[in-house]
Ligand binder design. Structure first.
Ligand SMILES: [Fe+2]
Length: 147
C-alpha cells in the first residue's frame, strides 16, 4: 500500500531527480521532465507489494507491461549489487537516497541515520543502504550531481 508519507517521499524523489537531471544534462529540458516522471513512478510497486523488498520488481513489471521506457530502472532501483547503472538509474538512486521517508530533502548520511533509527543498524535494510550509498558516492557521476 502507498501510504501518505510514501506519497510525500515519491514527490520529493521526483523533484530531486528533476534537479539532478538538470545537472547531468543542463540543456535538456525533456530529460528533466522524464526524470521527474521516473521519480513519480519509482515506488508504485508498494501499492501491490506484500513486503517492501519486492516493490521495485513489481513496479518494474507493471511499467514494462505498460510500455514505459524506464521500467528496468524502476525494477533495479535500490539494489547496490546490480551490475551496471545507467545514468537514469544513477539519478533515481541518488534522488531516492537524498529524500527521507517523509519527503524532506536530506544528505545521504542523514538518510542513513534515518534508516538506522527506523530499522536498527543490524537490519538488512541498513546494511543494504550503507553499500548502496558507498557505491553512489564513489561513482564519478556523483561529482556532477552534487556540484
Ligand atoms: Fe523504492
Amino acid at each position: 500500500m502507498i501510504t501518505e508519507n510514501r506519497w510525500l517521499h515519491i514527490l520529493g524523489v521526483a523533484r530531486k531527480a528533476k534537479e539532478f537531471a538538470s545537472k547531468m544534462r543542463p540543456d535538456d529540458e525533456h530529460y528533466a521532465e522524464d526524470m521527474f516522471l521516473l521519480g513519480l513512478l519509482h515506488d508504485l510497486g508498494y501499492e501491490f507489494a506484500e513486503t517492501g523488498q519486492d516493490h521495485a520488481l513489481i513496479g518494474g513489471k507493471i511499467l514494462k507491461r505498460s510500455g514505459y521506457r524506464y521500467w528496468q530502472e524502476v525494477a533495479g532501483h535500490g539494489k547496490p549489487e546490480a551490475a551496471d547503472m545507467t545514468d537514469e538509474l544513477f539519478i533515481l538512486n541518488c534522488a531516492d537516497m537524498s529524500v527521507r521517508a517523509d519527503g524532506k530533502n536530506c544528505t545521504m548520511s542523514e538518510r542513513l541515520k534515518d534508516i538506522a533509527s527506523r530499522y536498527g543498524i543490524a537490519s538488512p535494510a541498513y546494511r543494504k543502504t550503507v553499500s548502496e550509498i558507498n557505491r553512489l558516492l564513489s561513482d564519478p557521476r556523483w561529482a556532477k550531481l552534487s556540484s
